[in-house]
Design a binder for this molecule. Sequence first.
Ligand SMILES: [Zn+2]
Length: 230
Amino acid sequence: MQKRWITAVIFCLAVILMLAAHLSGRNMATPAFTFAEEKKTEEKEIYLTFDDGPSTKVTGSILDTLAQKGVKATFFIVGDRVRGREETLKRIAAEGHTLGVHSATHRYDLIYGSLEAFRKDVSACAEVIERCTGIFPRVYRFPGGGRHPAEEEILKEMGYKAVWWNAVCGDEEIPHADAETLTATAVETAEGKSHVVLLLHDSAPHRATAEALPAIIDYFLENHYVFKAF
Ligand SMILES: [Zn+2]
């Protein structure tokens, strides 16, 4: 009887000792700074995406900045805007940026009129890009954005990856925004995101976007983002 009592006491003591060792070990293994360290070393990435081009001056100036900074981007092309700007489209491809389909016409009534019209619009834009650069595009951006389940199925069938965005510079959303406002909007809308797809525009009215680009790139470089293209 006494032997059993002693065994029980020893067992309880062993459990208490094991618990104490486990808890102190856990404290040692998880010092307070671990979480912050992990956050700092987590890779952050940004995709710069330019819609609605090509244009002559704005796209050219954007390409100059991208070359100076050594950054690659993705350009979603409007097929009808390529005529007379073939050299600009060729330059985008030659400098290693990604070309994507945005639309042949950018006219919503034509693009979204029917699924057949949608398919034709995608093909027509892709043909223009391929004829001019020899590159067959594999990424797509919906004019006006938003989700389009039936059209997304068609894109999948055609072998395209649809790409949306999760941050904007405001060059379409804020009328007559200057370069400083566009930079601030890009920073603000990307806040707290480690994967950023930034929407910008390189069609002719968007000179301020080209002006803002060096500061936008500098901000993300300084904040340890890696620049990627689709
Ligand atoms: Zn667009």
